[in-house]
Design a protein around this ligand. Sequence first.
Ligand SMILES: CC(C)(COP(=O)(O)OP(=O)(O)OC[C@H]1O[C@@H](n2cnc3c(N)ncnc32)[C@H](O)[C@@H]1OP(=O)(O)O)[C@@H](O)C(=O)NCCC(=O)NCCS
Length: 212
Amino acid sequence: MIERFKKEYVQDIINICYRTGFYGEDLTKQKVFKDKKLFAMRFVLHYTRFQPEFCFVYKENGKVAGYVVGTDNTKEQEADFTKSMYPRIIMRMYLFTWWYSYTSFRHIKSFLRPESESVLDNSSIEKYPAHLHMNVLPGFQSRGIGQQLLDAFVSTMRDNDVAGIHLGTSSENKKAVPFYEKNKFVLLKQLDSDMWGTGTRLKSLIYGLRLK
Ligand SMILES: CC(C)(COP(=O)(O)OP(=O)(O)OC[C@H]1O[C@@H](n2cnc3c(N)ncnc32)[C@H](O)[C@@H]1OP(=O)(O)O)[C@@H](O)C(=O)NCCC(=O)NCCS
């Protein structure tokens, strides 16, 4: 069942974010990033804290199995991320992460910049001002949960009269690409990317969906 975000779901969201964080696969198995909370601070916790009205979870038998978070206005959200979340991330990096997990400390630097900055130009951002992040727990995927979460987000954006939504994924993500394409997202841009420094030749893919 889809529910609006509540504070009590934060820990579940941190876990799901981590368990789907390596190109859609479980980060637990990789030895590249141990600080779960820092990872979530970068990708989800700004939205749950500052724009909870655009955050939804899917719950089954009392367990949170997936979430969608996002914003209706990427430019404002990025400016606010820099002002409100960036200092928290830096503080955690230097007070905790560097001794707890030096690999996490090294990696976070490569994805601290908001992804749409210098990725979408001004005219594209006007057409697709919203963006989202969504993840479904392994074991619950391919059962229609992602579809319900996406529908909840899209319908909220429509209610808010938003022109379009964009999102970033990776050519390596074999679940997300067909999912978004089925949902009529179109490829806006692709860039070379090696987010995890694995040396693999990957593309970072930016998809968009017009709502009007
Ligand atoms: C991508 C993701 C959000 C999709 O959610 P989901 O619950 O697995 O997807 P659904 O079951 O709702 O699928 C809806 C449609 O998407 C397509 N789809 C979903 N998973 C697919 C897969 N692995 N391969 C091919 N098509 C797929 C199907 O067309 C499906 O429609 P159908 O059931 O009528 O065939 C989810 O798999 C996930 O969280 N993956 C790991 C993390 C991730 O990649 N997040 C996105 C980062 S950008």
